[in-house]
Design a binder for this molecule. Structure first.
Ligand code: SAM
Length: 277
């Protein structure tokens, strides 16, 4: 009774991104639960995989779970795939994975492509801390209010967006985040017309408006986190340092400023030096 639920990532464009392990697992399991079986048939054919497919998508996931759990409980392993990339990442599968965990069925990830991570790895924005936001609401009023909540977030933000909404979405983002904020635009990753660039929002809007091809295909937006709080702190530190430097040495002024701001003396000293030069 070693049945497992494998969560298998598939390519987001270039078929060579399929992993050896993904092919092996998909060949060995008893059943493949796929978001859209017609779409997955093409992928399976390409890799000569003849394992039976069953549909498991947002509309049938709840009642399909019982059936899939029965298969797993009878000792047969199942692989879960989505149309592209990693299942559960803006794709179905969460309910099935949760149910499998609740029934003590081993869930094994088979990692591979994910558009969000691929975009983050290439757009050149800070990647140490990020928040995956998935798709924003399609109605502008709801989208704007969600963006408002993210306005002061300091982590890098990752969004998925449909091509027909990209321009209005980017305009809403520019309105809330400011037209100077940096944004990474990653379109058609791994495909023929792959476009990966970093802009300000103002530049991105004119790039998309001038070339209608940029409103086609699949798109990830990676938005730089807010620096407003940091900028304000920096401004205040400079103000205090400038005042202290009028009467004190660089060392004394930076020590006092470091105590006042609760920052490292080295940082205050470095800034004090910069201000005196
Ligand atoms: N599960 C997938 C993953 O791991 O990335 C995401 C599925 S979600 C339904 C589809 C969205 O992912 C697209 O609308 C687009 O925002 C993004 N996406 C998928 N493939 C992409 C690609 N090749 N280039 C850019 N974005 C892509």
């Amino acid at each position: 009774m070693n049945a497992q639920l494998f969560v298998v990532a598939t390519p987001i464009g270039h078929l060579d991104d399929m992993t050896f392990r993904a092919i092996e697992v998909l060949k060995q399991v008893k059943l493949i639960a796929a978001e859209d079986t017609r779409q997955s048939i093409q992928l399976l054919k390409h890799f000569n995989i003849s394992t039976p497919l069953t549909a498991c998508h947002d509309h049938n996931e709840s009642h399909k779970i019982e059936q899939l759990l029965d298969t797993l409980k009878s000792g047969d392993s199942i692989a879960l795939i989505s149309d592209a990339g990693t299942p559960l990442i803006s794709d179905p599968g969460f309910k099935l994975v949760r149910a499998a965990q609740e029934h003590n069925i081993r869930v094994t990830p088979v990692p591979g492509a994910c558009a969000a991570i691929s975009a983050l790895s290439a757009v050149g924005l800070p990647s140490d801390r990020f928040s995956f936001e998935g798709f924003l609401p399609s109605r502008s009023s709801q989208r704007l209010s969600q963006l408002e909540q993210l306005k002061d977030e300091t982590q890098t933000l990752i969004f998925y967006e449909a091509p027909h909404r990209i321009l209005e979405c980017v305009k809403d983002m520019a309105q809330v985040f400011g037209s100077d904020r940096k944004v990474g635009f990653a379109r058609e990753i791994t495909k023929t017309f792959e476009t990966i660039k970093q802009f300000s929002f103002a530049e991105l809007i004119s790039f998309i408006e001038q070339d209608r091809n940029q409103q086609k295909g699949e798109i990830v937006l990676v938005v730089a986190g807010s620096t407003a709080q940091k900028d304000l702190q920096q401004e205040k530190l400079d103000e205090i340092l400038n005042r202290l430097l009028k009467d004190l040495s660089v060392k004394a002024a930076s020590q006092l400023a470091a105590d006042l701001f609760g920052i490292k003396k080295k940082i205050a000293y470095q800034r004090a030096l910069e201000l005196t030069q």
